[in-house]
Design a protein around this ligand. Structure first.
Ligand code: APR
Length: 253
């Protein structure tokens, strides 16, 4: 990772930035032992998303979907935040305004201590009734009913409170994220293949708004040519080092 050179003009952005955004994907939790979705060994390389992560799949076989999310909940609960999650907590005090926008549903950013998190794709930690929307702890719901989704008092079924393919994101969360991306002056994209929309559109919004855009990902993404600085390294190594550089720039001026 010794190729991690920061050009002076980027350091200038580190010094001057007042509004920063970090945008994360499954890759940021990879070093915590959680699978990504795409790329070698990804979940969607081994399983069919249309059979597990769509409303149609839940209608067709609610037990199969429920057991799969129970497994993901268990693996996420057994994982620990890594140095990348922990370093992003420090961004909250580095900038007058900082927003962490994640596609992840694993809860590791919150467990690392991040506040004011925007979870674009929902959370694995909660279940909600597909009919009345009532929410409850997913771990408790699985303990009560490990094989099939429990039934709600309204007669509906509880499902994981995540956004499935073909479903809309919470418009309040999405528009908040879009506002932050369009008004920031430093944007970090870390651990995402940048291929799933509308989330990936945030990178473009920040770029068009003139923000300094940084990408951390061992693999190139469709935005790699557009960003101002690309760091082709694992987040657990790159984000703490980047954070130190930013701290150095902002404290030494
Ligand atoms: N550090 C940084 N990036 C990493 C690391 C790592 N240690 N390991 C893998 N990556 C990168 C991969 O190269 C890949 O580009 O993380 C990216 C993960 O991409 P995806 O698996 O596509 O995950 P993500 O971008 O978060 O997916 C978006 O798709 O399946 C849906 O709802 C799900 O939120 C998810 C969305």
């Amino acid at each position: 990772m010794d190729t991690f050179e920061i050009p002076d003009e980027i350091r200038e952005h580190f010094r001057a930035a007042r509004r920063a955004v970090a945008f994360s994907g499954a890759g940021v939790s990879h070093e915590s032992g959680l699978d990504t979705f795409r790329g070698a060994g990804g979940l969607w390389e081994r399983m069919r998303p249309e059979e597990l992560a769509t409303p149609e799949a839940f209608r067709a076989d609610p037990g199969k979907v429920w057991r799969w999310y129970a497994w993901r909940h268990q693996t996420a609960a057994g994982a620990r935040p890594n140095p990348a999650h922990l370093a992003l907590v420090r961004w909250e005090t580095l900038f007058p305004s900082f927003t962490l926008i994640t596609q992840n549903v694993d809860g590791l950013h919150a467990r690392a201590g991040s506040r004011g998190l925007l979870e674009l794709h929902g959370t694995l930690l909660e279940a909600r009734c597909h009919r009345c929307g009532k929410r409850r702890d997913l771990g408790e719901a699985v303990a009560e009913s490990p094989e099939e989704p429990p039934v709600c008092a309204c007669g509906g079924r509880f499902r994981p409170a995540v956004v499935w393919f073909g479903e809309s994101l919470d418009p309040r969360v999405l528009s908040r994220g879009q506002d932050e991306a369009a008004s920031c002056d430093l944007f970090l994209s870390v651990g995402t293949s940048s291929t799933v929309y509308p989330a990936a559109g945030l990178i473009e919004l920040a770029h068009r708004a003139g923000a300094c855009v940084i990408e951390v990902n061992p693999e190139p993404t469709p935005f790699s040519r557009l960003v101002d600085l690309r760091i082709g390294a694992p987040a657990g190594e790159a984000v703490p080092r980047l954070t130190e550089e930013i701290e150095r720039c902002r404290t030494r001026g």
